[in-house]
Each structure stands twice: as C-alpha cells, then as structure tokens.
Design a protein around this ligand. Structure first.
Ligand SMILES: [Mg+2]
Length: 398
C-alpha cells in the first residue's frame, strides 16, 4: 500500500550539536574533545548541548552538570553565548533561503524545506541538499544533516538516521519499505505510553503497525489509531508552511464563566492557572511569544474590568506569567469585593520566536523541558491528563 505523493521533494535539515559547533568555530581548541554547553555544577547547571564525543560517555542534554562531569571527567564545559547562536542560526537560514522560499523553521537549528519545482535551478533535490550541506560547511563551518523524501514525516525520520553530518534519502515509493523494520519509537508523535500500549499487543515495528487491522486500532486508540497507521505507512500530507503563509495572530486567549458566581480565591486562582496553561501551550505550539497579558474579570453585576500586564521579555512560559497574573488577580479582587461571574486571560503584542532564555538561567531550562513534555501529554491525551495541585483541587470540588 502506498499513498505517498511522489511529486514532492521535502527536506528535513538539522544542524549537528549546534551550540557546541558554534563554540568550536569560536574556539577551535574544542575540536575533537568532549564538550558541553551549560551552567556550572555549583549553580545547579544542566547540559544544554553535548558534543558527540561527550555523548559517548552517556552525557545528554537536560542532564545535571554535576552528573555529566562524573560520567566524563575530561569534559570541557563552556558557559554559552546566546547572541552568537542566534547570529549563526540566521546566517544558516539566510543561506538555505537561497534554495527555496518554502522554509519552515521549527527551532533555532532545524527546518523543513519544500524543494518541489526547483529542479530547473538546482537539479534534483538530492543534488541541492548536497550542495547546501557543502555550502554550510565551507562558509559557516557548521555541519548540517539532511533527510530527503516525498514528505515531512519520512524526511524527519531519515535525518535521524543520517546524523551526524550525513544525507539520507528515501526514494518516492520506498517510504513503506523504509519504515517497515523500524521500531515504533522512531515515529514522531508516538510517545512512551502509546508505545507501551502497542507493545502489549506485540506491535513493536512500524511494519506491524501498518499491517494491523484498522478496526482493531480504532477500537484501542480511537480516531488516533487509523491516523497513526497511515503514518506508519510513511504517509504525511502536512505542507511545509513558511511564516508568511500562516495567518498573523493579533491575540489569543480563553475565558470561563463560572457555574455559580464566586469570590473563593482558591477557585479563582485554580481557574486562572488553567487558562494560562491552555493559552501558553497554544502560544508555544504556534511559535509565538506574547508581550502583554490582559486579565479580565466580570462581576456578578456585569461590570467588566480588564488589566494589562507585561514582562521584561516577551514570553510563552506560564510560570513566568503566573506570578504577575496572580498578584493582579488578588489586587482586583481586594478592590472590588464582589462575586465574580467570569474570568479570562488574553495575550497580545505577539512576536514570532522561540523561547531564548535558559542557558544562563539553568533552572528554567529544566522547567522548559518539563513543560514541553506536559504539552505533548496534553495534546495526546487531552487537557485533563496533567493537572497541577490547585487544579486537581478545583476538579474535585466542583
Ligand atoms: Mg540539531
């Protein structure tokens, strides 16, 4: 069975050990040595990036720095130079943009490219990919790994196989054969819980998933089952979507009317937290940072009050917004002393971008990792799958 669109050429490009590679351009003495970027162990630092030499000792990103140094005593730690990484990233994407305007950046060092219809300019997609890799290496001294195929999903998995510093190409029509022997866990979107569930039914390879009866998958996984199966065949129709093709969002938010008017601070705080979590998860999934947060209260007498808050840096991070939002809520309640009918939050002053803090604020890197995991769990199992303490309380009391 093959549903793949053979006419498209999609690349997944990924810079190898990006932060470390930039540090090596700045200081060639780091070449060939086990290197990590991250904060010092005495400041409870964590590894933000590890060179392949360091990874051989079992060192990986998000690991506490103390542990990394114990695993690899010769480890060289560099503190990180964030402005430099942004500049290097921009230089790489400027270069890549010369090959096709259809570039969708998914992080500071990773993007999808649609090269369909550029053959008259660069020959086939593989020649273009190869030329691009050489150009990045010669001009910027960075290693770029490329996966190439007819769609995003297969190219993403292919680049994983090509790392480091390689080019892996899956020919049109070969997608199912490439996927068939691969373990379930290589498939983006299949997390440990789903993998375990599949394993319970002896479904451990993508080929087995692809040939499992559709009704059975539907029974066990609901509508997610058949879509997972389609992907196991190597099928993915998601287009490469450059920023200008995405509708520009002016604001984003959620609000909730209470079943009964309330002035219970615990209920209101729980609801505020939940609205912030929802809205921030949406910001992150759309690659947006917000400059302003508006907190809105409508009281029992239908008077509506809105207050705008800002942070020193635009953010998509609920914990950063939580502190200021909570204080604002308490100020508003103290002043009005009336029952609340509706609570809402709305983000505005949007900027496109990825969260940049962290290298120098190690606590936040760890938090960030946790948030990314929570986003994944929520998008897969619904919002109720993960709730913080206040929210559990809220659910049980209502
Ligand atoms: Mg990378």
């Amino acid at each position: 069975m093959n549903f793949a669109d053979r006419t498209r050429s999609i690349l997944h490009v990924d810079l190898d050990a990006f932060f470390v590679s930039v540090e090596r351009v700045l200081d060639p003495r780091l070449n060939g040595r086990p290197v990590v970027v991250g904060g010092p162990p005495e400041g409870r630092g964590v590894v933000a990036a590890a060179s392949y030499e360091a990874r051989q000792y079992g060192v990986h990103s998000a690991m506490p720095m103390g542990q990394a140094l114990r695993l690899c005593p010769d480890l060289v730690r560099v503190g990180g130079s964030h402005g430099m990484y942004s500049r290097a990233s921009k230089a790489v994407f400027d270069l890549i943009g010369g090959y096709t305007p259809l570039v969708e950046k998914v992080s500071v060092d990773e993007a999808y490219l649609d090269l369909s219809g550029t053959h008259h300019l660069f020959g086939n997609a593989l020649d273009a990919a190869d030329k691009m890799r050489r150009e990045v290496k010669e001009r910027l001294r960075l290693d770029l790994t490329v996966g190439a195929s007819s769609n995003r999903l297969v190219s993403k998995v292919a680049s994983g196989f090509a790392k480091p510093c390689g080019l892996f190409d899956v020919r049109p029509g070969q997608e199912p054969r490439f996927f068939s022997p691969l373990p379930i866990k290589v498939m983006p979107g299949i997390g440990p819980v789903t993998a375990k569930r599949l394993h319970d039914f002896h479904i451990d390879e993508l080929g087995v998933l692809a040939s499992t009866e559709r009704w059975f998958l539907e029974e066990v996984f609901g509508s997610y089952g058949p879509s997972m199966q389609r992907r196991a065949h190597g099928v993915d129709e998601t287009p490469v979507c450059p920023p200008w093709e995405r509708p520009e969002r002016k604001s984003l938010g959620h609000e909730r009317t209470f079943a009964e008017d309330t002035d219970d601070l615990k209920v209101l705080r729980g609801r505020l937290q939940r609205l912030l979590e929802q809205s921030c998860a949406q910001l992150r999934s759309e690659g947006l940072l917000a400059r302003t947060l508006s907190v809105k209260l409508r009281y029992a007498d239908f008077v509506t009050e809105t207050r705008d808050l800002t942070l020193p840096q635009p953010s998509d991070h609920d914990l950063e917004w939580w502190e200021v939002a909570e204080q604002q809520l308490e100020r508003m309640l103290k002043k009005r002393r009336t029952l609340v009918r509706l609570l809402g939050v709305r983000f505005s002053g949007m900027e496109r971008g990825f969260w940049q803090g962290g290298l120098f604020e190690q606590e936040r890197v760890v938090q960030r990792g946790r948030i990314a995991v929570l986003d994944k769990i929520r998008s897969k199992y619904g919002e109720k799958a993960v709730q913080s303490g206040d929210r559990l309380w809220l659910r049980n009391s209502r």
